[in-house]
Structure formats: C-alpha cells, structure tokens
Design a protein around this ligand. Structure first.
Ligand code: NDP
Length: 255
C-alpha cells in the first residue's frame, strides 16, 4: 500500500520505540510518507534521532509546546524543508506525577494548568501553526483516553485534560473544515508506554481491561498506528470531529 505517497507529516511525541507516536510514524512511513519529528528537550533528542534519523528525508526539530518560540521555529523549519504539510500526529500529554494518584479534588492550580496546557491547548497551538502549510487540506490526529468520559481512578486531571482535548477536536474541526482540514481523536486503550507508567496501578489496569474487553486482550500500539494511518489518509476523507475508540471494544461494555 502507498496511501500517503507525496504526503508530508509531522509527528509529535516520539519518546522511544514503545511510543504510540512511533507506531503511527511507522505505519505512515510504510505507506510512503515523508515525516518531520519533534521532541521535547535534549534528553530525548538522541532517541528520536536514532529512530527517525534513518527514515528518508526526515527532519527532527525541538518542540516543547510550552515554549511558543520553539513551536514557531519548528513550523518555520518544516515550511522551509518541505514547503507543505499534509498531516499531524499529535501524541503528547503531561501531568505532574503527584496529580496522577490520590484524590482528584486535591489537584493544585499548577498541576491543572500544566496538564491542560500541554495535553489539550497544544493541539490548538499546532493546528493554528500548521493551517497555512496545509495548502491542499490536511488531517490532524490526536490521542485521547476513556478517562475523558468516565472516571478512571488515578487518571484524575489527565481525564479532565482529555475531555478538553476531545471537545477541542470538535471545535477545531468546525473551524478548519472550510480549509479542507480534518481533525480527529483516537481514544486508545491502555498501552504500556513511558507516560502510562506515570499512572499509578497501570499493571492492574491493563489486566482488568484485557479481561473485560470484548476482544479479551489489550490493544497494541501498532493497531493505534494503523488507525492513525487510516485517519490521515484519503480513505477517511469524510470523517472529522470524531473520537474513534481503538480499545478492543472495552468502552462498549456495561455490566
Ligand atoms: P510516551 O511517553 O511515549 O509519549 C508521550 C510524549 O509526550 C513524550 O514524547 C513526551 O516527552 C511528550 N511531551 C510531554 N510533555 C511535552 C511538552 N511540554 N512538549 C512536547 N512534548 C511533550 O507515551 P504514549 O505514547 O503513551 O503517549 C502518547 C499519547 O497517547 C498521549 O497523549 C497519551 O495521553 C495518549 N494515550 C496513551 C495511552 C496509553 O495507555 N499509553 C492510552 C490512551 C491515550 P517527554 O518524555 O520528554 O515528557
């Protein structure tokens, strides 16, 4: 398959080879895309360079979304190298560790602001910066989680940030649709990544979900990657503003 021939993408959120962002990037690369990658801070630079540096015509740029100058510089570099952008995979989130355990009611102002800024507002930020480069339309995909919709113990402020993210997907889709830009979220089931390990009791969450989900297992990052590939390709040309569950069916279950 070559679903993304002549397309250029930007992938945010590759921390290592287990990252959901990397699974998305691999699926898109297999389908002919050229891709830019952004990372946060020098700590991850080497990891990203090792993984993404081997892909043809890749560009690796620093982009801590709390630093607007870095965001602007990253998009300038992308414009300079490729002259266009067709899709974005936005796969980043953060909340201080202490906010991801105990009672949600005790969330501090700082933790709330940080979680919402990095995990939700950053989608606006990159959509706004990308729109002028998406001259022939485009597709933006972000990653959400069930905790946006239902209470998941310890997910706390991140659930609230994901609810904001999903609402933001709809508002952005409404604004950007006239430019032919689609915006969607994937709500992934739990996957054992670096960020996920920050959520207390992740191990028991994984086994609980595997037991209850209709498919009787946890979802794999590659399955999320394939869905992202579908959403950024023309196969999904009629889909925007949606949150699509990729969770082995867990979310449909009641009692
Ligand atoms: P990873 O830890 O692999 O990826 C998270 C990425 O977010 C990292 O690259 C991280 O960089 C980056 N990030 C954090 N803060 C910033 C910032 N200020 N600016 C730029 N990047 C930043 O974890 P996942 O692959 O699991 O997470 C990807 C997305 O998928 C997240 O939105 C997550 O909430 C979502 N998701 C994950 C699920 C799971 O179970 N794993 C389930 C459903 C959704 P750094 O390491 O430097 O902080």
């Amino acid at each position: 398959m070559n679903l993304l021939e002549n397309k250029v993408g930007l992938v945010l959120g590759v921390a290592n080879k287990r990252s959901i962002a990397w699974a998305c990037a691999e699926a898109c690369h297999r389908n002919g895309a050229l891709q830019a990658f952004s990372y946060q801070g020098d700590r991850l630079k080497e990891n990203v360079e090792k993984l993404a540096g081997e892909l043809p015509e890749s560009l690796i740029v620093p982009m801590d979304v709390t630093n607007q100058a870095e965001v602007d510089a990253a998009f300038e570099a992308i414009g300079k190298k490729y002259g266009r952008l067709d899709y974005i995979i936005h796969s980043i989130a953060f909340a201080p560790r202490e906010a991801l355990e105990g009672d949600y009611v005790a969330t501090t102002r700082d933790a709330f602001r940080t979680a919402l800024e990095i995990s939700a507002f950053s989608l606006n930020q990159v959509a706004f910066a990308a729109a002028p480069l998406m001259k022939e339309g485009g597709s933006i995909v972000t990653m959400s989680y069930y905790g946006a919709e239902k209470v998941v113990r310890n997910y706390n402020v991140m659930g609230v940030a994901k609810a904001a993210l999903e609402a933001s997907v709809r508002y952005l889709a409404a604004d950007l649709g006239r430019q032919g830009i689609r915006v969607n979220a994937i709500s992934a089931g739990p996957i054992n990544t670096l960020s996920a390990r920050g959520v207390k009791n992740m191990g028991s969450m994984l086994s609980y979900v595997a037991e209850k989900a209709p498919l009787q297992r946890n979802v794999e990052a590659a399955e999320v990657g394939n869905t992202a590939l579908f959403l950024v390709s023309d196969l999904a040309s009629g889909i925007t503003g949606e949150t699509i569950y990729v969770d082995c069916g867990y979310n449909i279950m009641g009692l």
